[in-house]
Design a protein around this ligand. Structure first.
Ligand SMILES: C[S@@+](CC[C@H](N)C(=O)[O-])C[C@H]1O[C@@H](n2cnc3c(N)ncnc32)[C@H](O)[C@@H]1O
Length: 277
C-alpha cells in the first residue's frame, strides 16, 4: 500500500501497546491499516512527517495528543434502541426481576451507561424507564460515561440528525425530541425533561473510578469489552460487580459473554445478567 506517511511495524507495535495500557483496547495485527487511516489525519494536521515523529510526541506525554489518540482508537458505533430486546425487557419485565421487585418502591433508580458513545444508549434507557408503570414515583438517574471526549460532548449536546430517530415510534419522538428549525433544520434535540435525568462523566473504564461511579441498580456496558483483552475484561466485570447494588442487573453487547470471565452473575436472558455475589 502506497502511504503518505512512513509507518513501520515498530511504530505500530508501540501504538498497540499504548492503546492496551491506556484504554484497554487490544488491537489485532490486522488493524494496522485502520490505525494508519485514523491517525494519518492527526499527523497531517500537526504537520508531522511520519509516524515515528507522532510516536515521539506521544512518548513525551503530550496530554492533548494522548486524548486525540484515545479518541482515534475508539470505535463509537451506536444507535437509539440498539439491541432492542434489552429495552423490551426493561419495559415489560424489569419490575419483576429489577430492584423494585425487592424494595417495593426505591426512590431513586441509578443506571449506568458505561461506554455510552454519543449518548443514544443512555437516552434510550431513560425513555424506556419513564414508561415503566412501577417506576412512576421513582426518580430515574442515568450516568452516561465514555473515555472519548468528542463522543461524550455529542452525548451531552443531545443533538442528532433526524434520521437517527428512524424506527422510533412517532409518539415517542414527539414526546422526547424537539425538531430543529433554520440553521438546525434536519436536526433533533433531546428535550430537557429527558436530559435532566442524565449526567455525563468522562471516564476511563481501565483507569481510576471516581466516586459517582458507584451504587448502581443497573449497568449497561455493551459493545465495549469486546475491544478489550481477557485480563481487562475480567477486571472490568469484577469492578462492575462491585459497583452494582444487589439484585443489580448487567446488560452486555450481542457478541459478548461473561462465560469464563466472571462467576459473580447469573444469566437471566440474552446478554442479560443479575449479580449474585
Ligand atoms: C461501540 S461503542 C458502544 C456504544 C454503546 N454502548 C452501544 O452499545 O451502542 C464503544 C464505546 O466504548 C468506549 N470505550 C472504549 N474503551 C473505553 C474505556 N477504556 N473506557 C471508557 N469507554 C471506553 C468507546 O469510546 C466507544 O464510545
Amino acid at each position: 500500500m502506497d502511504r503518505e506517511f512512513k509507518f513501520t511495524d515498530e511504530d505500530f507495535a508501540w501504538l498497540r501497546k499504548l492503546a492496551l495500557e491506556r484504554v484497554g483496547i487490544s488491537l489485532a495485527e490486522s488493524k494496522m491499516d485502520m490505525i494508519y487511516n485514523r491517525l494519518a489525519r492527526r499527523i497531517r494536521r500537526l504537520g508531522l512527517g511520519d509516524f515515528a515523529s507522532y510516536v515521539m510526541l506521544l512518548k513525551r506525554g503530550d496530554e492533548e495528543e494522548l486524548e486525540q489518540f484515545t479518541n482515534a482508537v475508539t470505535t463509537n458505533l451506536t444507535r437509539f434502541f440498539r439491541e432492542p430486546h434489552h429495552f423490551t425487557f426493561l419495559r415489560n419485565e424489569f419490575s419483576r426481576v429489577g430492584p423494585e421487585a425487592e424494595a417495593k418502591s426505591p426512590r431513586v433508580l441509578r443506571v449506568w451507561s458505561a461506554g455510552c458513545s454519543s449518548g443514544e444508549e443512555a437516552y434510550s434507557i431513560a425513555m424506556t424507564l419513564h414508561d415503566v408503570p412501577a417506576l412512576r414515583s421513582t426518580q430515574i438517574h442515568v450516568v452516561a460515561s465514555d473515555i472519548d471526549s468528542a463522543a461524550l460532548a455529542r452525548a451531552e449536546a443531545g443533538a442528532y440528525p433526524i434520521q437517527a430517530l428512524e424506527g422510533i415510534d412517532y409518539a415517542m419522538q414527539k414526546r422526547w425530541f424537539l425538531r430543529g428549525r433554520g440553521q438546525n433544520d434536519g436536526l433533533v434535540k433531546v428535550k430537557s425533561d429527558l436530559s435532566d435525568c442524565l449526567s455525563f462523566v468522562q471516564h476511563n473504564l481501565v483507569g481510576a473510578w471516581p466516586d459517582e461511579i458507584a451504587a448502581f441498580n443497573v449497568v449497561f456496558c455493551r459493545n465495549v469489552m469486546i475491544y478489550f483483552d481477557k485480563t481487562h475484561q475480567q477486571r472490568l466485570i469484577e469492578r462492575i460487580a462491585e459497583c452494582l447494588v444487589p439484585p443489580g442487573l448487567l446488560f452486555i453487547g450481542h457478541s459478548e459473554s461473561l462465560y469464563g470471565i466472571s462467576s459473580r452473575f447469573e444469566l437471566l436472558g440474552q446478554t442479560l445478567y443479575r449479580k449474585i455475589a
